[in-house]
Design a protein around this ligand. Structure first.
Ligand code: NAP
Length: 530
């Protein structure tokens, strides 16, 4: 397939900007052949305006029509074939097995949203029928449902070139909601992004959707994203990446004359608490599983376990030694790009300089052609951790900080000092239930997902998934960016009071023509309103 290096504004290739950049192969640091053009302010304006024009049509599309688009998009992504995998591998060094799995996850979540739409109950129809005889005043008929929010800006993540990118979870959930999408591609994988854009545009043509349903903006400067978020026709933002960028985008959106919601998923260190019983009964397996999780994907997961707490005891030092040995014995993986390598180096150096922090292994970039950082284990005491918020900084790579707690009080104080995270994990034995309950009670207030005897990497795309958490894990702790309820970020409720049946949307009409689940006078049911 021919790559152009252009932006795609409502289906039309456009390269008006003079500033250009290329892909960089993380294994060799060699630039790719195609030059990609930074989107200009005028191109961004055209994309956002076309999205608003498209929304005038798509906001009234029935769910079945949106579902058809998602299904056709799956076909078009699959039709990209191996070129999608090899292109993404060249740009990210994530490897073909991982990328093959990630493609399946990406098409799987598009298909899952199509299924959700066809079932139809996601609009959360609620009907409270009128009480004309109520005293002292009659109650009106009130019916409420969710409707699409409007054009969404989506920022691709560097570390998921498929699943959190052009056709990833943010775009899939916004499209499922009925919202056009303008994607700011990540400069780490511009060629992959263009391939996806071609697939989306083909799906749009096949389904007869308005071309403004999707635009792709390329760019390697914060300016492109900033202009997009400030555009008055953009109504919501989905973002995955650093705390610095996510916070900047959130602040910009809040300062707008017409502020908009920003669903930013940012830094997380995903604490793991290892209880004494687990250490005593399965130390080897625990160390192996932990190191697997820390080094998976070169540690470049938002769910990477960057922090582990152990209570001081007989098994503690042997466990720490085992983790150190296993981490140093593994060959470090390739990192996504130079900025990740530089950022990781700076973050670890800052942590190493904090009082009470020891480096057990690693702690430096690995010289050579590839972007690479040594598998790193840092250690500190709970008292130092509790006193120093900087020790909660994310080290985006194969790095973990072990925190040794003298007793339960120190452990609970350290956990109580935690900032918001995506996940928290407890490793324990069945007879440690009371202790685990005490620890979970503290952790629940800090995270979006609690895990028992597992590891946080690996996020299932299912209805019940919660991939979010209190700030700084996200800017919107009431939402998730993974799983079917992610659609709610791009919907808003509207209540209809005393409207005649014919003026109501089908989801709220008396006969329940869509056959969906509705809450009728407090009861969940599919029956018609009499
Ligand atoms: P990033 O720096 O957060 O960038 C993500 C996207 O936001 C890029 O498209 C970037 O555009 C844009 N952006 C950056 N600053 C912006 C600003 N002030 N205003 C508007 N847009 C802005 O993420 P990254 O490049 O993937 O990696 C950098 C660091 O982010 C990593 O080292 C890691 O610490 C963290 N990270 C965390 C996660 C996670 O899930 N927790 C995932 C990925 C990365 P440009 O690049 O064109 O400037």
């Amino acid at each position: 397939m021919n790559l152009t290096g252009a932006n795609f504004i409502a289906g039309v290739p456009s390269q008006e900007g003079t500033a250009t950049f290329t892909s960089v192969n993380p294994r060799t640091r060699q630039p790719g052949a195609v030059r990609f053009h930074n989107a200009t302010a005028e191109e961004i304006n055209r994309a956002a305006t076309a999205a608003a024009e498209a929304f005038a049509q798509t906001r009234l599309y029935p769910a079945a029509r949106l579902a058809e688009f998602l299904d056709v998009l799956v076909e078009e992504i699959n039709a990209l074939g191996d070129e999608l995998l090899t292109t993404a591998d060249m740009e990210t060094a994530l490897g073909l097995p991982r990328l093959t799995g990630e493609r399946g996850r990406t098409t799987g979540q598009l298909a899952a949203f199509a299924k959700l739409l066809r079932e139809g109950s996601y609009v959360e129809a609620i009907i409270d029928t009128a009480l004309p005889d109520r005293q002292p005043a009659p109650r009106p008929d009130i019916r409420r449902m969710l409707v699409p929010l409007g054009p969404a800006a989506v920022f691709s993540a560097s570390n998921f070139p498929f699943a959190f990118a052009v056709c990833g979870g943010d775009s899939a959930s916004a499209w499922a909601a009925g919202c056009p999408v303008v994607v700011k591609a990540h400069p780490g994988h511009p060629a992959t992004s263009e391939l996806f854009a071609q697939a989306v545009n083909r799906a749009i043509t096949r389904c007869g959707f308005p071309p403004g349903w999707f635009s792709l903006l390329q760019g390697n400067t914060a300016e492109v994203g900033q202009i997009l978020v400030q555009h008055e026709r953009i109504e919501a933002v989905g973002f995955t990446g650093s705390l610095r960028a996510g916070r900047a985008i959130f602040d910009t959106a809040s300062r707008r004359e017409h502020p908009i919601p920003v669903y930013a998923e940012m830094g997380s260190v995903n604490p793991v608490v290892i209880l004494p019983g687990a250490l005593a009964t399965r130390m080897e397996a625990l160390a192996e599983g932990f190191v697997n999780s820390v080094t998976l994907g070169s540690g470049q997961f938002c769910t990477n376990p960057g922090l582990a707490f152990v209570l001081d005891g007989e098994q503690t030092q042997p466990f720490i030694d085992l983790v150190r040995e296993k981490m140093s014995a593994r060959a470090p993986g390739v990192l996504l790009n130079e900025s990740i390598e530089r950022g990781l180096s700076a973050a670890v150096t800052t942590t190493q300089a904090r009082p009470g922090v020891a480096t057990l292994t690693g702690g430096e970039a690995v010289a050579g052609e590839a972007f690479c950082y040594a598998n790193t284990v840092l250690q500190t005491r709970a008292v130092d951790f509790t006193a120093d918020p900087l020790l909660q900084s994310e080290h985006f790579g194969p790095v973990t900080l072990l925190v040794v707690c003298a007793d339960l009080d120190e452990l609970l104080a350290a956990l109580g000092a935690l900032h918001g995270n995506l996940t928290a994990t407890i490793q324990g034995e069945a007879d440690e239930g009371a202790l685990a309950a005490t620890v979970y009670a503290v952790l629940r207030e800090k995270v979006g997902r609690l895990i028992w005897n597992g590891f946080p990497t690996g996020v299932e795309v299912v209805y019940a998934m919660q991939h979010g958490g209190p700030y700084p894990a996200t800017t919107a702790p009431g939402t998730t960016s993974v799983g079917m309820t992610a659609i709610k970020r791009f919907l808003r409720p509207v209540a209809y009071q005393n409207l005649p049946d014919a003026l109501l949307p089908p989801a709220l009409q008396n006969a329940n023509p869509l056959g969906i689940w509705r809450t009728l006078d407090g009861e969940l049911t599919k029956v018609a309103v009499r």
